[in-house]
Design a protein around this ligand. Structure first.
Ligand SMILES: Cc1cc2nc3c(=O)[nH]c(=O)nc-3n(C[C@H](O)[C@H](O)[C@H](O)COP(=O)(O)OP(=O)(O)OC[C@H]3O[C@@H](n4cnc5c(N)ncnc54)[C@H](O)[C@@H]3O)c2cc1C
Ligand SMILES: NC(=O)c1ccc[n+]([C@@H]2O[C@H](COP(=O)([O-])OP(=O)(O)OC[C@H]3O[C@@H](n4cnc5c(N)ncnc54)[C@H](OP(=O)(O)O)[C@@H]3O)[C@@H](O)[C@H]2O)c1
Length: 580
């Protein structure tokens, strides 16, 4: 047999594959209309290749042609920014815009400006893999530094062209006939500036901890002093010499108390449930030598970031109820709390939980136990019965007067979108997800009745272990795979199969029972309840979740196609690569 020459000159004589004629170029991106930034061009619909008599013709185009897509997103926090970056760097022929109600990017870090706000996971792990930061000033950097980091990502990769600030999304409606989402947006506060943006895919990255909530306490609005929430901290708030009530003992309250304690005349902290206070190095500054070393030796810095990741990925061990890791942590943290509250043993009895470590999101609290035991601080282990013009009453009789009430009462984590999202048969997602037991999402992203709709960090995400930034990035990589498939195979609609979603949820709820997350504690994982389903979390470790994302089960979705034959995108036997 004659061996085939590697450089076979006879090949030159072959006629070149036909070039895809221009008429197939239905995917050309329509440029933004200059001077009309809010008027969004619509995408031409691909044609069908079936003739009028019903016979089938192969499309004279190569495999690999892309449909032009328009993707609209909500949010310019870490999730929206990262989505813009990933689409810009990994996709072609996609128009992308993300709307944010705020005047700047950063989401959580733009909004939360209370004294002491900082990362509770090591900052070196709280960075995108494509934009590591060697010069974090502290192990757990302050909020302002993280906000600056988010701005830097936007600037470095030129992402601001995708972001429309001061634009609030008011609602979205699915148009089944056209297979488009119509997204209603308001620019600024002016109701006359509302417009509708139409897109193929609608991504909701509006934040799982963005909808802050005031406590539901009778008489709250009667209070005549200053009433504030930690997530909406007024810049000019002066607490010097004030009598302050602090309601709640989640991460926000735990970060606030040590900061305000030295300023105020007195602070009463209202604690209605026990919690774990973790030993922590939060706030520890990094030396200039250490920062320079990370800058000068990027490999070493990368190695450090990898180590942090490995550590975070091992955390699921202690979440398993009855595990050795859980027992060790329970003992270590109990000792830490007992020691910190030596001078107030009665506080320890009330604050020390019986539920597992991690049932609520662990709260590092440097300086918290010290602040709690200062003479000007008093812990009131009770809920609040009612509030009047000047004070708070507990146990129907204990009334105290205050100048300021700080509500560190957390967020609405029901996952109900904050605007109507109207899907198939006019079903509103706000209603579909109105009960915890019905709040189901497939891999935290997809739910039935809402085709071409994706939530970032929806129900069942790995948001309880380590830095959420890493999860956001892995989730967006999966979304990119999905968009690519959608674009190349000229998919018209995708929708998660309801049976798959139900089976998955059945499995998740059973699997969660093996973890301390289902212990009897109130937490935002259960939207503030102590009983009922854990809706916020994936039932396994982060690696478990990431492994599931690596190899998508496309068969779990129902699809419809633009072309009447789903294989039409195979085209004429050539691939785009060889045609080009
Ligand atoms: C105080 C605080 C500290 C935290 N610390 C950590 C930490 O240390 N480590 C960690 O891993 N996680 C932490 N988290 C979780 C945190 O939420 C995530 O780390 C991350 O910032 C989430 O990013 P996101 O983009 O998904 O959401 P967000 O940052 O909340 O951004 C959502 C964006 O959507 C916008 N938006 C919402 N609704 C609309 C609308 N209708 N129209 C237009 N725009 C809208 C908002 O304005 C916001 O900018 C913390 C959360 C809080 C509240
Ligand atoms: N980087 C950080 O360190 C950091 C800082 C802040 C927030 N976060 C993130 O955001 C999450 C939420 O933290 P958060 O502290 O804002 O909220 P949270 O953990 O949900 O805590 C809310 C607190 O308010 C109390 N509360 C709510 N309603 C009340 C009422 N009507 N009367 C009395 N008390 C009431 C709750 O008590 P019950 O438990 O009894 O309901 C709880 O102690 C954190 O878990 C974390 O993921 C992180």
């Amino acid at each position: 047999m004659t061996p085939i020459a590697i450089h076979d000159t006879s090949r030159k004589e072959l006629s070149p594959p036909p070039k895809a004629p221009l008429k197939y170029d239905y995917n050309v991106i329509v440029d933004e209309v200059p001077g009309k930034p809010d008027v969004c061009p619509t995408v031409d619909e691909p044609f069908s290749q079936r003739k009028e008599d019903g016979s089938y013709t192969v499309l004279n185009q190569p495999l690999g042609m892309r449909r032009k897509l328009r993707v609209v997103c909500v949010g310019a926090g870490a999730s929206g920014i990262n989505m813009a970056y990933k689409i810009q760097s990994h996709m072609k022929d996609v128009e992308f815009v993300t709307y944010d109600k705020n005047s700047d990017v950063g989401g959580t870090w733009f909004e939360n400006r209370y004294p002491g706000v900082a990362c509770d996971t090591n900052s070196h792990g709280y960075a995108f893999t494509y934009h590591l930061k060697a010069d974090w000033t502290a192990i757990f950097s302050p909020g302002a530094e993280i906000e600056e980091y988010m701005r830097d990502v936007v600037k470095t990769y030129g992402l601001s062209k995708y972001i429309k600030l001061n634009h609030q999304v008011l609602g979205a409606t699915w148009d089944a006939e056209k297979a488009k989402w119509h997204v209603k947006v308001r620019k600024g506060d002016d109701p006359n500036s509302e417009f509708v943006d139409t897109c193929d895919i609608f991504i909701n990255a509006s934040g799982l901890l963005n909808h802050w909530k005031m406590p539901d306490i009778p008489g709250l609005s009667k209070f005549r002093g200053k009433l504030i929430h930690t997530a909406a901290w007024p810049e000019d708030l002066d607490l010097k010499g004030k009598k302050v009530a602090l309601i709640g003992i989640g991460s926000s309250a735990i970060q606030v108390l040590p900061q305000i304690q030295p300023l105020v005349e007195s602070c009463s902290i209202y604690i209605r449930s026990p919690t774990w206070i973790a030993p922590s190095r939060e706030g520890e500054l990094l030396s200039s030598e250490q920062i320079k070393r990370y800058q000068d030796y990027p490999e070493e810095h990368l190695e450090y970031c990898r180590d942090l990741e490995s550590l975070a990925n091992k955390r699921f061990g202690y979440i398993t109820r009855g595990s050795e890791d859980q027992k060790k942590l329970y003992e270590a943290w109990s000792n830490h709390m007992q020691k910190g509250l030596e001078s107030r043993p009665e506080y320890y009895d009330k604050l020390h939980p019986t539920f597992g470590v991690g049932c609520r999101r662990p709260t590092p609290g440097p300086g918290f136990l010290e602040a709690l035991t200062q003479p000007n601080v008093e812990a009131v282990f009770s809920g609040v019965d009612y509030i009047d013009e000047t004070g708070l009453t507990t146990n129907q009789r204990d009334r105290r007067e205050f100048d300021v009430i700080i509500c560190a009462t957390g967020f609405d984590v029901s996952f109900k979108p904050r605007f109507p999202v109207i899907g198939i048969d006019s079903i509103n997602l706000q209603e579909q997800w109105s009960k915890p037991e019905n709040t189901k999402a497939y891999l935290s992203m997809f739910t039935n009745n809402f085709p071409n709709y994706i939530t970032v960090l929806g129900p069942g995400s790995p948001s309880a272990q380590g830095s959420i930034i890493v999860s956001i990035e892995r989730i967006s990589d999966y979304i990119i795979k999905f968009l690519n498939k959608f674009q190349h195979e000229t998919i018209k609609t995708f929708e998660i199969n309801k049976r798959c979603l139900d089976e998955l949820n059945e499995h998740m709820q059973e699997q969660l029972k093996l973890t301390v997350w289902t212990d009897n504690c109130s937490s935002w994982f259960k939207n503030g309840n102590s009983q009922g389903p854990v809706i916020a979390l994936h039932p396994g470790g982060r690696l478990h979740f990431f492994a599931l994302l690596m190899d998508p089960r496309w068969e779990d979705f129902n699809y419809t196609y633009w072309n009447k034959n789903r294989y039409a995108y195979w085209g004429n036997g050539y691939t785009l690569r060889e045609v080009e």
